[in-house]
Design a protein. Sequence first.
Length: 202
Amino acid sequence: MRGGEIPPPPTPTGLCPAAARRRGRGRDEDAAALGFPPVAAQGRHGRSRVGDDNTSVIVPPADLTKGLSNLIDSGLKEDLTVRIGWFKRFKVHACVLSARSPVFRAQLCGSMMESRQSSICIEGMDDKVFEALLHYMYKDSLPAFMEETTEEATNMAQHLLVAADRYAGERLKLMGESKLSKALDVKTAGFTLDLAERYNCH
Protein backbone atom coordinates (compact mmCIF):
# COMPACT_ATOMS: atom_id res chain seq x y z
CA MET A 1 0.00 0.00 0.00
CA ARG A 2 1.42 3.37 -1.00
CA GLY A 3 1.60 6.04 1.62
CA GLY A 4 -1.61 8.03 2.05
CA GLU A 5 -3.84 5.43 0.37
CA ILE A 6 -7.01 4.48 2.18
CA PRO A 7 -7.50 0.68 2.35
CA PRO A 8 -10.78 -0.75 0.99
CA PRO A 9 -13.51 -1.13 3.58
CA PRO A 10 -13.83 -4.58 5.19
CA THR A 11 -16.59 -6.90 4.09
CA PRO A 12 -19.38 -7.85 6.55
CA THR A 13 -17.22 -10.86 7.52
CA GLY A 14 -14.41 -8.53 8.62
CA LEU A 15 -12.16 -9.65 5.74
CA CYS A 16 -10.79 -7.45 3.01
CA PRO A 17 -12.47 -8.00 -0.40
CA ALA A 18 -9.59 -10.11 -1.77
CA ALA A 19 -9.62 -12.42 1.26
CA ALA A 20 -13.41 -12.67 1.12
CA ARG A 21 -13.22 -13.76 -2.53
CA ARG A 22 -10.64 -16.40 -1.66
CA ARG A 23 -12.85 -17.66 1.18
CA GLY A 24 -15.86 -17.78 -1.15
CA ARG A 25 -13.94 -19.85 -3.71
CA GLY A 26 -12.79 -22.22 -0.98
CA ARG A 27 -16.33 -22.58 0.31
CA ASP A 28 -17.65 -23.49 -3.14
CA GLU A 29 -14.80 -25.99 -3.64
CA ASP A 30 -15.61 -27.64 -0.29
CA ALA A 31 -19.29 -27.87 -1.21
CA ALA A 32 -18.46 -29.43 -4.60
CA ALA A 33 -16.19 -32.00 -2.96
CA LEU A 34 -19.09 -33.10 -0.75
CA GLY A 35 -21.46 -33.35 -3.70
CA PHE A 36 -23.51 -30.22 -2.83
CA PRO A 37 -24.46 -27.52 -5.34
CA PRO A 38 -22.62 -24.17 -5.14
CA VAL A 39 -23.63 -21.91 -2.24
CA ALA A 40 -26.43 -19.56 -3.24
CA ALA A 41 -25.36 -16.05 -4.16
CA GLN A 42 -27.48 -12.99 -3.63
CA GLY A 43 -28.73 -11.18 -6.70
CA ARG A 44 -29.22 -7.44 -6.99
CA HIS A 45 -32.65 -7.60 -5.35
CA GLY A 46 -31.81 -10.12 -2.63
CA ARG A 47 -33.22 -13.15 -4.46
CA SER A 48 -31.30 -16.38 -3.93
CA ARG A 49 -29.93 -18.08 -7.02
CA VAL A 50 -27.86 -21.23 -7.45
CA GLY A 51 -25.99 -22.13 -10.63
CA ASP A 52 -27.04 -20.93 -14.06
CA ASP A 53 -30.60 -20.40 -15.29
CA ASN A 54 -31.00 -24.07 -16.17
CA THR A 55 -29.95 -25.41 -12.76
CA SER A 56 -31.36 -22.75 -10.40
CA VAL A 57 -33.30 -24.01 -7.41
CA ILE A 58 -36.95 -22.97 -7.68
CA VAL A 59 -38.60 -22.14 -4.35
CA PRO A 60 -42.33 -22.97 -4.41
CA PRO A 61 -44.89 -20.41 -3.23
CA ALA A 62 -45.96 -20.37 0.40
CA ASP A 63 -48.47 -23.09 1.29
CA LEU A 64 -49.64 -21.99 4.74
CA THR A 65 -53.29 -21.98 3.65
CA LYS A 66 -52.89 -25.54 2.37
CA GLY A 67 -51.71 -26.60 5.82
CA LEU A 68 -54.60 -24.83 7.53
CA SER A 69 -57.01 -26.36 5.05
CA ASN A 70 -55.70 -29.81 5.91
CA LEU A 71 -56.38 -29.09 9.58
CA ILE A 72 -60.10 -28.52 9.09
CA ASP A 73 -60.47 -31.27 6.47
CA SER A 74 -58.72 -33.91 8.59
CA GLY A 75 -60.22 -32.93 11.94
CA LEU A 76 -56.78 -33.00 13.53
CA LYS A 77 -56.60 -31.75 17.16
CA GLU A 78 -59.88 -29.82 17.11
CA ASP A 79 -60.40 -28.25 20.51
CA LEU A 80 -63.57 -26.18 20.19
CA THR A 81 -67.18 -26.94 19.28
CA VAL A 82 -69.25 -24.18 17.71
CA ARG A 83 -73.00 -24.63 18.04
CA ILE A 84 -75.27 -23.10 15.43
CA GLY A 85 -78.91 -23.37 16.38
CA TRP A 86 -80.13 -26.48 18.19
CA PHE A 87 -78.63 -29.20 16.04
CA LYS A 88 -75.66 -28.07 13.98
CA ARG A 89 -72.16 -28.51 15.45
CA PHE A 90 -68.77 -27.58 14.01
CA LYS A 91 -65.46 -28.86 15.37
CA VAL A 92 -62.83 -26.16 14.94
CA HIS A 93 -59.48 -24.91 16.25
CA ALA A 94 -59.74 -22.03 18.70
CA CYS A 95 -56.29 -20.75 17.75
CA VAL A 96 -57.24 -20.44 14.05
CA LEU A 97 -60.45 -18.54 14.80
CA SER A 98 -58.54 -16.30 17.20
CA ALA A 99 -55.82 -15.61 14.65
CA ARG A 100 -58.32 -14.74 11.92
CA SER A 101 -60.72 -12.56 13.89
CA PRO A 102 -60.07 -10.07 16.70
CA VAL A 103 -63.64 -10.65 17.87
CA PHE A 104 -63.07 -14.39 18.24
CA ARG A 105 -59.72 -13.63 19.85
CA ALA A 106 -61.37 -11.50 22.54
CA GLN A 107 -64.08 -14.12 22.99
CA LEU A 108 -61.78 -17.16 23.19
CA CYS A 109 -58.57 -15.75 24.66
CA GLY A 110 -59.73 -12.92 26.87
CA SER A 111 -61.61 -12.70 30.14
CA MET A 112 -64.98 -13.64 28.65
CA MET A 113 -66.68 -16.78 29.92
CA GLU A 114 -66.28 -18.52 26.55
CA SER A 115 -62.48 -18.55 26.99
CA ARG A 116 -62.90 -21.18 29.71
CA GLN A 117 -65.33 -23.38 27.80
CA SER A 118 -64.85 -26.05 25.14
CA SER A 119 -67.92 -24.95 23.17
CA ILE A 120 -69.57 -21.70 22.18
CA CYS A 121 -72.94 -20.86 20.67
CA ILE A 122 -73.38 -18.43 17.79
CA GLU A 123 -76.83 -16.97 17.41
CA GLY A 124 -78.37 -15.19 14.46
CA MET A 125 -76.34 -16.99 11.79
CA ASP A 126 -77.32 -19.79 9.43
CA ASP A 127 -75.13 -22.90 9.54
CA LYS A 128 -74.40 -22.64 5.80
CA VAL A 129 -73.12 -19.11 6.32
CA PHE A 130 -70.90 -20.19 9.20
CA GLU A 131 -69.58 -23.04 7.07
CA ALA A 132 -68.63 -20.52 4.36
CA LEU A 133 -67.06 -18.30 7.03
CA LEU A 134 -64.95 -21.24 8.23
CA HIS A 135 -63.92 -21.94 4.63
CA TYR A 136 -62.56 -18.41 4.39
CA MET A 137 -60.84 -18.54 7.78
CA TYR A 138 -58.99 -21.76 7.00
CA LYS A 139 -58.46 -21.42 3.25
CA ASP A 140 -58.38 -17.63 2.75
CA SER A 141 -60.80 -17.89 -0.15
CA LEU A 142 -64.51 -18.07 -0.85
CA PRO A 143 -66.25 -21.42 -1.44
CA ALA A 144 -66.03 -22.68 -5.01
CA PHE A 145 -69.75 -22.19 -5.72
CA MET A 146 -69.31 -18.44 -5.18
CA GLU A 147 -67.04 -18.15 -8.21
CA GLU A 148 -70.14 -18.07 -10.41
CA THR A 149 -72.57 -15.16 -10.54
CA THR A 150 -75.64 -17.06 -9.39
CA GLU A 151 -78.48 -16.21 -7.07
CA GLU A 152 -77.07 -18.62 -4.48
CA ALA A 153 -73.64 -16.99 -4.66
CA THR A 154 -75.10 -13.49 -4.40
CA ASN A 155 -77.24 -14.47 -1.44
CA MET A 156 -74.23 -15.97 0.33
CA ALA A 157 -72.12 -12.87 -0.41
CA GLN A 158 -74.76 -10.76 1.33
CA HIS A 159 -74.70 -12.98 4.41
CA LEU A 160 -70.90 -13.15 4.47
CA LEU A 161 -70.68 -9.38 4.33
CA VAL A 162 -72.77 -9.23 7.49
CA ALA A 163 -70.66 -11.98 9.12
CA ALA A 164 -67.44 -10.19 8.13
CA ASP A 165 -68.66 -7.00 9.76
CA ARG A 166 -69.66 -8.93 12.89
CA TYR A 167 -66.25 -10.60 13.25
CA ALA A 168 -64.10 -7.73 11.95
CA GLY A 169 -62.92 -9.55 8.84
CA GLU A 170 -62.03 -6.59 6.66
CA ARG A 171 -60.66 -8.60 3.74
CA LEU A 172 -63.68 -10.88 3.70
CA LYS A 173 -65.92 -7.84 3.81
CA LEU A 174 -64.19 -6.39 0.75
CA MET A 175 -64.49 -9.72 -1.04
CA GLY A 176 -68.22 -9.69 -0.34
CA GLU A 177 -68.51 -6.12 -1.58
CA SER A 178 -66.69 -7.06 -4.78
CA LYS A 179 -68.99 -10.02 -5.43
CA LEU A 180 -72.11 -7.95 -4.82
CA SER A 181 -70.97 -5.07 -7.02
CA LYS A 182 -70.45 -7.49 -9.92
CA ALA A 183 -73.85 -9.10 -9.40
CA LEU A 184 -75.78 -5.83 -9.07
CA ASP A 185 -79.00 -5.84 -11.09
CA VAL A 186 -82.56 -4.58 -10.85
CA LYS A 187 -83.64 -7.35 -8.44
CA THR A 188 -80.73 -7.01 -6.02
CA ALA A 189 -79.96 -3.29 -6.23
CA GLY A 190 -82.28 -2.16 -3.43
CA PHE A 191 -81.20 -4.73 -0.85
CA THR A 192 -77.52 -4.47 -1.77
CA LEU A 193 -77.49 -0.69 -1.45
CA ASP A 194 -79.26 -0.97 1.89
CA LEU A 195 -76.54 -3.39 3.07
CA ALA A 196 -73.82 -1.07 1.81
CA GLU A 197 -75.23 1.83 3.79
CA ARG A 198 -75.86 -0.19 6.93
CA TYR A 199 -72.39 -1.73 7.07
CA ASN A 200 -70.38 1.23 5.75
CA CYS A 201 -69.34 -0.44 2.51
CA HIS A 202 -67.42 1.39 -0.21
